[in-house]
Design a protein around this ligand. Structure first.
Ligand code: DON
Length: 299
């Protein structure tokens, strides 16, 4: 039997020796204050056993990991092929790029880049009267933690400084790819980016993707969400992640990454220092060590 705790302990020992920790996301003022020293990791097996190291129960800003939950919620309401205002291709560009969006007439490449997640958030305004509350309710349900909430500092910080996201929103509105009021949609977008969770919460929250959708979403949709995580989850690092890590993942500029090995385990890691693509530097290294040491990959 695999000794998961031993594998996590060995990773923890190795990352603690690492002096190169990347940079915090300083374009969001409230996130620029977070210390680079944090590290936590949780692995949850398909039969519900949890193994953890470091600050696995410490809350942090989930940022773009929320895009995974938004996508799931939209897919709960639509046929998997019916959300046609967003593509399903890796962007090969940074997560907040404007260039590609103009070339492609306001249709974002995928639901995980900012533009794509803003359109997905717009869809949620069709389905829910109070989308922010419905998102929180959903996240609390899947992570089995009713205390999950939003960090108000981060929320206000993004609302006050997220000019690039406002630009993306207005730009897409000019192509009629946003149906609701841009400012309201952006407010919901910043709200879900500002949700705080721990590695323990996150590992639990994606259990439905380990179990073919479980009682959350149909099997075919869960499969497609995993496919999108693999091809688009870590943005312009997606090829490198598939090559070196080999499981579907989704990252956020708060330094968190969740990963799913269907049928086997889910994993969440947190270290706030980022690489150039906006993915946690040590988190990425830790996931590489994990799948190598477990000899685990979807391939
Ligand atoms: O909108 C933003 O830029 C952030 N709230 C989220 C970006 C993000 O997490 C990208 N992930 N690596």
């Amino acid at each position: 039997m695999t000794d998961y705790q031993k594998v996590l302990d060995s990773i923890y020992e190795d990352v603690n020796k690492d002096k190169i920790r990347g940079d915090v996301a300083n374009y969001i003022p409230a996130l620029s204050k977070v210390s680079l020293e944090h590290f936590g990791m949780t692995l949850r097996t398909s039969d519900g056993k949890e193994y953890a190291v470091g600050e696995s129960d410490q809350n942090f800003s989930i940022q773009s990991i929320s895009k995974l939950f938004i996508l799931t919620m939209v897919m709960m309401h639509t046929d998997s092929d019916r959300w046609d205002r967003v593509g399903r291709e890796p962007s090969g560009n940074s997560f907040n790029s404007l260039v590609q969006l103009e070339q492609e007439n306001g249709k974002p490449r995928n639901p995980f880049i900012n533009a794509g997640a803003i359109v997905m958030t717009d869809y949620l305004h069709d389905f829910y009267k109070r989308p922010g509350e419905s998102i929180l309710e959903f996240v609390r349900k899947i992570s089995q933690n009713n205390t999950i909430g939003v960090n108000r500092d981060v929320f206000e910080s993004e609302k006050a400084t997220g000019h690039r996201n406002y630009a993306l929103g207005h730009f897409m509105k000019s192509y009629e790819n946003i149906n609701h009021d841009v400012i309201k949609v952006l407010e919901t977008y910043f709200f879900h980016c500002s949700i705080e969770m721990s590695c323990d919460d996150l590992a639990r929250s994606v259990d439905y993707l380990v179990h073919s959708g479980k009682n959350i979403i149909e099997k075919s949709k869960a499969r497609r969400i995993n496919a999108l995580m693999l091809t688009c989850g870590p943005y312009d690092d997606a090829g490198e992640f598939a090559f070196r890590i080999g499981i579907p993942t989704k990252s956020g500029v708060g330094g968190g990454i969740v990963g799913v090995c269907p049928g086997e385990y889910s994993v969440a890691v947190w270290s706030p220092g980022l690489n150039k693509a906006g993915n946690s530097l040590l988190g990425t290294k830790a996931l590489r060590m994990l799948t190598n040491r477990l000899d685990s990959s979807i391939f």
